[in-house]
Design a protein. Structure first.
Length: 105
């Protein structure tokens, strides 16, 4: 997908219940997904999917990830706010809240 300026959700389809991650990118969402997928394959430490694969799928199996676009945005501020709101509302299991803008209830 060549869509840019989006908030997205990636799901580990191997897990039950499904484990999710929400992120944002100004680049083509395909490039960002490829980076997450590569981290999962390589089990790159200190990355959401690398750590997840190492901890939950230590058998060395291949990742099974799917992506969906939550929202298309107009600029960087809109993207960051939309990401923070999506994380607050959906409570994804693989996000660390440190990287998002704080949103007051």
């Amino acid at each position: 997908c060549t869509t840019k300026n989006v908030v997205y959700q990636i799901t580990c389809d191997k897990c039950s219940p499904k484990q999710t991650y929400i992120g944002e990118t100004k680049r083509c969402v395909r490039y960002r997904f490829d980076e997450h997928f590569r981290d999962a394959v390589n089990r790159t430490q200190q990355t959401p999917f690398g750590d997840h694969m190492a901890q939950c799928h230590a058998d060395g199996s291949s990742p099974e990830l799917s992506i969906s676009i939550i929202r298309r945005t107009k600029d960087g501020a809109d993207r960051k706010i939309a990401e923070a709101l999506a994380i607050r509302d959906r409570r994804p299991t693989l996000n660390s809240q440190i990287d998002t803008w704080p949103i007051l209830s």
